[in-house]
Design a protein around this ligand. Structure first.
Ligand code: AMP
Ligand code: MG
Length: 333
């Protein structure tokens, strides 16, 4: 990917303003939270989220946590049950992530939630993170600021070692305190513990006045239960049949193209979208969910997908397409 001139700024009002501007422009900004350094991108901007996946080198599109600056902002993104609200009031700001149903019109893009109807929200308890979120004003997805498979960074220097040249800005707020991930609680029905982390289970159960449910993977999973991390990205599936690595288009098929070439039979396609006419994988990732949804919405029986190269972001794109193409019976749902 392009070699960016990554800048590091000491935390300050100027750095906050610079970070907010970069986020608004679709840039990638690393900043401290109380758990680890996060790599932030505008959650509403699929191009920015695609760049984030490319910078981290993630092999698949896992749903990301959206960070907000307060409960009012959270309430515009997601639907809070009484128990979810009680948890937010007790532990925010802090290392607790709540998985909630998306609110109607929730601006968090499909690429950020891996196409799910739920969204994971958190309000970090770090003055630098809070200042950046407030100045930016929208939701910021912020997985740990390291390359995929590397250790989560607890200092700005760790971020620079791992991501220099791949991101726009690092805001240095000194070493972070906790160094463990946030606790994730699913609040799609009765609250369940999806991942242990910085807020202990017992503290959560004291607020709820009852035990937390187990994540479905631990408890044997029911079809309507919220899904555990790791099972999530496989959940999104279009109604249409998806045919991969297509070399020709059949009559009436919808075509999801990639790159400047065309396929034999393309003129017979019922609809055509091109993930990236110039063959750019970041652009393709940014367009992926929107275009699959459009072709699915047209009611095509089958969506034919041209080969997408497997290098860089192509690995995650092909992973998502393979899940979308898996025969219904094999889908883990
Ligand atoms: P982190 O690695 O701290 O950025 O956290 C990301 C985790 O949040 C992943 O393990 C995801 O599975 C989980 N997560 C994000 N969004 C959702 C969601 N909508 N439903 C369930 N888990 C989610
Ligand atoms: Mg990590």
């Amino acid at each position: 990917m392009a070699d960016l001139p990554t800048r590091t700024l000491q935390a300050s009002d100027d750095a906050t303003a610079e970070a907010a501007r970069a986020l608004r422009n679709g840039g990638l900004v690393a900043f401290p939270t109380e758990t680890v350094y996060g790599l932030g991108a505008d959650a509403a901007n699929p191009k920015a989220v695609a760049r984030l996946y490319a910078a981290k080198g993630r092999p698949s599109f896992n749903p990301l946590i959206a960070h907000v600056d307060g409960l009012p902002a959270a309430g515009r993104l997601a639907v809070f049950s009484a128990e979810a609200l009680a948890l937010a009031q007790a532990f925010w700001p802090g290392p607790l992530t709540l998985v909630l149903p998306k609110a109607p019109g929730c601006p968090v893009c499909d690429l950020a939630t891996a196409g799910l109807d739920s969204v994971a929200l958190r309000l970090p308890a770090h003055p630098v993170a809070e200042a950046i979120l407030r100045a930016f004003g929208g939701a910021v997805v912020a997985p740990s600021a390291n390359r995929s498979g590397h250790v989560s960074p607890t200092q700005a220097a760790h971020v620079a070692e791992d991501l220099s040249g791949r991101i726009d800005l690092i805001v240095d707020g000194g070493p972070v305190r906790i160094g463990v991930e946030s606790t994730i609680v699913g609040c799609l029905g009765a609250p369940v513990l999806l991942r242990p982390g910085g807020v202990p289970r017992a503290a959560i159960e004291r607020v709820l006045g009852r035990p937390l449910g187990e994540s479905p993977s631990a408890a044997g999973h029911a079809a309507d239960a919220p899904l555990a991390p790791g099972m999530l990205a496989s959940h999104y599936a279009p109604a249409a049949r998806v045919r991969l690595e297509a070399r020709e288009v059949g009559p009436g098929e919808a075509l999801l193209a990639f790159g400047p070439q065309t396929l034999p039979g393309a003129d017979q396609a019922s609809a055509v979208r091109n993930l990236s006419p110039r063959g750019d994988l970041v652009e393709a990732a940014a367009n992926l969910f929107g275009m699959v949804r459009e072709l699915d919405g047209i009611g095509a029986k089958s969506i034919t997908v041209m080969p997408v190269p497997r290098h860089d972001l192509g690995e995650a794109i092909n992973d998502l397409l393979a899940r979308a193409a898996a025969p219904r019976g094999l889908k883990p749902d």
